[in-house]
Design a protein around this ligand. Structure first.
Ligand SMILES: [Zn+2]
Ligand SMILES: [Zn+2]
Length: 289
């Protein structure tokens, strides 16, 4: 079950009132959601495919259904979508948009390499090189901002294609009892999740890359598997107790968690992620990554 576009756009409008400093980013998210719906309407089949007879084997072995980093796919459609997303940035944030355009037109930029690197584990060399490049060339806040937008657009460029896979195989994956901290559909690590009061406080992790949510033990770090209660903690900001940050003091990583009351059926976690960016900043300041 997903949140309808009109409901998500309404939520965005209300967050723009309560958090005006996120207005530009929220507007960009609104444009993204509209473009995504348009993309989905115009596509027939996903460029990704799943070998159905291997699903159970993959799930048991902790392997995601789609292997983007090492398999060859025709990514011309997502690449075109990426370009159209940059146009959104140029319209909404001309300065940041121009910087992104300059960067992606420069010779050092390789879209496919960036996409593949984003699927690597943290200790992957390619991923690290990309991360270093980012920190090196993004000293000023403004620059950092434009690079965060690139990440957002890079992820979005594959989202509609992967969303179709998540919707098609989600039920099968749920039955398989996936217990890893990364996404069973595409392999990406989660940044946000939710705790459902309607399900006795079960925790679900959300994948921005494909839109899939999967149940994950509450007292366990999704990134290193640590389940020792004394080294796991969480913090909230006063007055916003329904949004929290679960942290692991063993690997020093964190994930944002939204508490979903019984009265609310579903939230758009793409939108919640932007509305809670201040929690990311606090987490960074506290030394979590
Ligand atoms: Zn995913
Ligand atoms: Zn950990």
């Amino acid at each position: 079950m997903t949140v309808t576009l009109s409901k998500s756009l309404k939520t965005i409008e209300s967050y723009k009132t309560t958090s005006p400093h996120y207005a530009e980013l929220l507007d960009i998210m609104a444009d993204i959601l509209i473009s995504r719906e348009e993309y989905r309407k115009n596509m027939k089949d996903s460029v990704f495919h799943v070998e159905e007879k291997l699903i159970m084997q993959k799930m048991e072995g902790g392997l995601p259904l789609v292997d983007i980093s090492s398999k060859q796919y025709d990514l011309s459609r997502p690449r075109k979508y990426f370009k159209s997303l940059i146009n959104i940035a140029e319209k909404r944030m001309p300065d940041a948009g121009k910087k992104i355009m300059d960067f992606i037109e420069s010779s050092e930029f390789d879209w496919e390499e960036m996409i593949k690197a984003s699927f690597g584990r943290r200790d992957d060399e390619a991923q690290n090189i990309f991360r270093e490049e980012q920190t090196d060339s993004s000293r000023s806040d403004e620059k950092q901002h434009s690079f965060d937008l690139i990440d957002l657009f890079a992820e979005e460029s594959l989202r509609p294609e992967l969303e179709v896979i998540a919707e098609k195989y989600g039920a099968v994956v749920e039955k398989a009892g996936w217990s890893e901290g990364y996404c069973p559909i595409c392999g990406k690590e989660p940044k946000i999740g939710e705790i459902r009061e309607s399900e006795e406080g079960r925790r679900y992790l959300f994948c921005h890359q494909c839109g899939f949510k999967w149940n994950y033990r509450r007292i366990k770090c999704p990134f290193c598997g640590n389940d020792e209660q004394h080294s796991l903690a969480y913090f909230t900001v006063e007055g916003e107790e329904s949004q929290r940050v679960d942290v692991c003091n063993k690997c020093r990583r964190y994930i944002k968690i939204i508490e979903l009351p019984k009265s609310i059926e579903e939230l758009n976690l793409d939108v919640e992620d932007i509305a809670t960016l201040h929690l990311d900043m606090i987490a960074y300041d506290e030394g979590y990554d």
